[in-house]
Design a protein around this ligand. Structure first.
Ligand code: OSB
Ligand code: MG
Length: 371
């Protein structure tokens, strides 16, 4: 296989509504899209980082920099024929998992197309749909939150995740639980709490939550291990897990009982599968996280979420929950049973709408082997 050309697109698409977490707010999806041409095939990838560094130190601009200056030259030189070859070619790049994952996704897309199978089959997934939920940002008031949750339930979502922060945690969660006694409900602190908040966080045990996601700092598996035994509700780590080693450390230390997997956060689908397998062997449930991706990243997440260890509903909602118009067709739509259907075409199995992509592109560049 010969990689002929790689293109990067820095895109910006407005969200239907702002997305507010405990530590940052976003109005648009700004990210880097990777396009790869090889042997007459075109592969697509999406870097999950956004314009600000609330969730991690990576941003749209660092993704561009690391791809342009390190990853793309390494890929053009190595011309990898399989994912392991790619991983070896970028092993000298420390950190920057989201930049690496965007390129890896484009390679997975091309390799699955070359094999003539959907990415789902290539990854070892099965079934025609995956169970999903919706992640609800912090709203101006608790009343507004109740309205927003009602609207998502009317859309058909059967699992809800609430973003929480100090001052907007126990009250918001109590209100949603009171209005919906049987709803599958979970909360996400996005690293804003610290261990001395344990007494306060214990109050969340009253609401029959599926899990509490990443309450403490992103680099702090140690204190999560001190927090988990104080709670009845399972902790789930998101930001803290960027490799299978982190998953092992967290589980051996008892820092969580559930693991959130985002291929973009853990340097790509290859590492995501390793974490999935590691957790499955130990009977630890995993679920597919989300980074408000466009249809490109969503297609990959939906395919991977059909692996057998993903036993909890994913943070993978329909295109219309995020955008007025997605850059892929067909857009992702919610089935009546709170599932998304898995694309059946080769590779990612979605069509990128080039005119729409161009319209939302702020800058782009192409790269070829020199000489
Ligand atoms: O912590 O899970 C998170 C979005 C951006 C950054 C971090 C997170 C999220 C979400 C959104 O919760 C999930 C989705 O894509 O719908
Ligand atoms: Mg999270």
């Amino acid at each position: 296989m010969k990689i002929e050309e790689i293109a990067l697109y820095h895109i910006k698409m407005p969200y239907r509504s702002p997305f507010q977490t405990s530590r940052w707010i976003e109005y648009d999806r700004e990210c880097v899209i990777v396009q790869l041409h090889a042997d007459g095939l075109t592969g697509w990838g999406e870097c999950v980082a956004s314009q600000n560094c609330g969730y991690s130190y990576e941003t749209t601009k660092t993704n561009w920099h690391i791809l342009e200056d390190f990853i793309i030259p390494a890929v053009l030189a190595a011309n990898p024929d399989e994912i392991c070859g790619y991983r070896a070619a970028v092993a000298h790049v420390s950190g920057h998992p989201m930049a690496k994952a965007g390129m890896e996704m484009a390679l997975w897309d091309v390799f699955a197309q070359r094999a003539g199978v959907p990415l789902q089959t290539f990854l070892g997934g099965s079934g025609d749909r995956v169970r999903v939920g919706v992640s609800v940002g912090i709203q101006e008031t608790t009343d507004k939150l109740l309205q927003v949750v009602d609207a998502y339930l009317a859309d058909g979502y059967r699992r809800v995740k609430l973003k929480i922060k100090p001052g907007r945690d126990v009250g918001d969660t109590a209100a949603v639980r009171k209005a919906h006694p049987d709803l599958l409900l979970q909360v996400d602190g996005n690293s804003v709490y610290r261990l001395p908040d344990a007494e306060h966080l214990k109050e969340l045990d009253d609401f029959n939550l599926l899990l509490i996601e990443q309450p403490l700092a992103d680099d702090d598996i140690f204190d999560h291990a001190k927090l988990q035994p104080q709670l009845k509700t399972p902790l789930c780590l998101d930001e803290s897990i960027t490799s299978v080693e982190h998953a092992r450390w967290a589980l051996e230390m008892g820092a969580c009982r559930i693991v959130n997997i985002k291929p973009g956060r853990v340097s790509g689908m290859h590492e995501a599968l390793r974490i999935h397998d590691y957790c499955r062997e130990r009977g630890v449930p995993v679920w597919m996280g989300g980074m408000l991706e466009t249809g490109i990243g969503r297609a990959a997440n939906v395919a991977a979420a059909s692996l057998p260890g993903f036993t909890l509903p994913g943070d993978i909602s329909a295109s219309a929950r995020y955008f007025f118009e997605d850059i892929v067709e067909p857009p992702f739509t919610l089935n009546a049973d709170s599932t998304l259907s898995i694309p059946t075409g080769p590779g990612l199995g979605v069509n990128v709408r080039l005119e729409t992509l161009e319209r939302v592109t702020l800058r782009w560049n192409t790269y070829r082997r020199s000489g």
